[in-house]
Ligand binder design. Sequence first.
Ligand SMILES: *Cc1c(COP(=O)(O)O)cnc(C)c1O
Length: 395
Amino acid sequence: MRIYADNAATTKMSRTAIDTMIPYMEEGYGNPSSLYVLGQQAKEALDEARATIAAVINADPSEILFTSGGSEADNQAILSGAALGAKKGKKHIISTKFEHHAVLHTLNKLEKEGYEITLLDVHENGLVDPEELKEAIREDTALVTIMFANNEIGTIQPIRELGAICREKGVLFHTDAVQAVGHIPVDVKADNIDMLSSSAHKYHGPKGVGFLYFKKGVRLQNLIEGGAQEKGRRAGTENVPGIMAMAAALKEASDNLEKNRAHLTAARDRLIAGLSEIPHSALNGDREKRLPGNVNFCFEGIEGESLLLLLDDKGISASSGSACTSGSLDPSHVLLAIGRVHDVAHGSLRLSLGEDITDEEVDYLIQSTKDVVEYLRSFSPVWRDLEAGKTPHIL
Ligand SMILES: *Cc1c(COP(=O)(O)O)cnc(C)c1O
C-alpha cells in the first residue's frame, strides 16, 4: 500500500487544476501586458481568476495580489505593515513563537533593522490566548501577524477574535492562512483580517503560485521592482497558467469544503484514536480546534527520522518536525513552543491526510506506526532506561 500522508507539505495537483492549466501553455500563452488579442485574452483570464479567488474569501478582486506562493505573500505583508508603521514612528510588531519560518525569518530581519518584536506564547494546546494579545498591543504597535492554522500541529487560532482586538486597537492584522484557505471557511471581512497569505500547492494547485489579500487602503511595499504588473505592486510577467490553475483548485476546494471537511475529520479522529493506543504517546495540539486532516503525535524513546524512514519502507510518506529533515539538530520550534522537551519533540510524527483517504488506509497507518514504534523502542537505549525506571516517563 502507498499512502501520501504529507499534505501539509504539499498536495497533488487536482485533475481540474491540471486541465485548467494546460490550455494557457498550449494556446493561451499570451503576455497579459500585450495589446493584441492573445495578450488581452490572457489578461481577461487573469481578471476572472482574481474574481474567483476574491469570491471564495469574501474579498474584492482589487484586493488580491498574485505572488509566487505563501512565503512571498508573508514577506510582502509583513514588510508592508512594518513600513507603514515606521512612517508613523511605530516600530513594534507582535507575532507568535510557532509561526512558519517565512514569518519568523522576516521578523528576524526587521529586528536587526531596529524593530521590536514580541512573540506571544503558544499554550500547551497550541493556541494563542486573545487576552495576551490584548495586553501585548502598545501605542507603537504597527502590526500583528498570527497564523490561521499551524502547519505542524494543525491548531486553528481564534482568528476572528484576534482580528477584532486588532481592529478595536487600530492595529493592522495579517494572518498566514496557507494551511487554512481551501480547507476551512475563511472570510476576510467576518474574520477582521487586513492581510492574508495563501499558497496554491497546499490545496491541490501548482507550486510556485499564491496570493496576498490586502484590504482596500492598505499600502503595499514592493518586493520586486520592474514592470507595472499587478498595478505596480509586483513586477514580472504573471504566471498565467499557474494563476488559472490556482483559481480552479481553490474554487474546487471551496465547493467541496464541507464534504471534504466531514470526511477528513472522521478519518483524522479514527487515526488519533488508533495512535493513542500506543503507550507513552501524546497528541500535539488541541484535540478539537485542529485542521480536519492533521494528526501530530510525540512518541517517547523514538527518533523522528528513523520513524519516517521505516514508514517510508512501508509505503507511507509522512513528516516529522524534528532534526535532520531541516538540516539542523534543533527539534521543531513549534513543538518546543507548546512545551515539549527536546527528547520528546525529537520523536514526533505528522500525518496530514488527503481528501481521498479511506478507512482501510487509516487502519494501515495505525498498524504501521504501532509496528515501527514498537520495533524502534525494542533496541532504543533511551527507551530501555525509561522502562527500567532510570529516567522518568514524561508522556
Ligand atoms: C507551506 C507554507 C508556507 C510557504 O508557502 P510556499 O508557497 O511554499 O512559499 C507558509 N506558511 C505556511 C503555514 C505553510 O504551510
